[in-house]
Design a binder for this molecule. Sequence first.
Ligand code: ADP
Length: 209
Amino acid sequence: MCAASGDRTPPIRLSLRSRLIPLNLTLNLNLLLRTQGTGALMGKITIKQGDITKEAVDVIINAANTRLAGGGGVDGAIHRAAGPSVMEECRVIGRCPTGQAVMTGAGRLTAKKIIHTPGPVWKGGERGEADLLRDCYVNSFALAHKAGLKTIAFPAISTGVYGYPVKEAAIIAIDEGIRHLPWFEEIVYVCFSERDLEVYKKTYEGCRS
Ligand code: ADP
């Protein structure tokens, strides 16, 4: 079952998501708004290098394909580590459109659940890729929140075979992480390569400065 639009209300509603406002200003405003009243962030963001299948979180996100058929990259790694029960659940669900999200059990993984979300294929940036990638994060957060899951780990969705530029993808991933942090105890970004780790760290620092 894909996350319905009614599940997608973010914890903080900003009317500032205008293309006229520089992204870093939007991010800084997000941080300011979230800290109002409490003086502290509600959850934490962790950026690390590693293999997402090893993450001891409530839910890991899979950069799936729309047929939920498994494949290479992180999708293949997750299915190999989780075992056949997850593929069987995917087979029953059938399909998931790009940007939407579905949840299964996690088989042999330490995580309790897997959320499968097909990211967009990069076609130059003028074909709605950014909105679709943002949908992946928004719908995954919504599904996890609805299930009461508190710790969540993401790979760099779409940045492998699907070719999305890592820096642009990291901005969306971290922007949505910051917006949804009040729902979670920890949001983990698991970068596979050292290069991606550096890009994510720089992007995060850019959000905070
Ligand atoms: P997509 O088709 O969405 O581009 P890929 O699996 O090809 O998905 O790549 C998405 C990202 O996942 C890439 O940054 C890739 O390096 C990374 N990745 C591959 N295997 C793993 C893994 N085991 N843990 C975390 N990230 C991984």
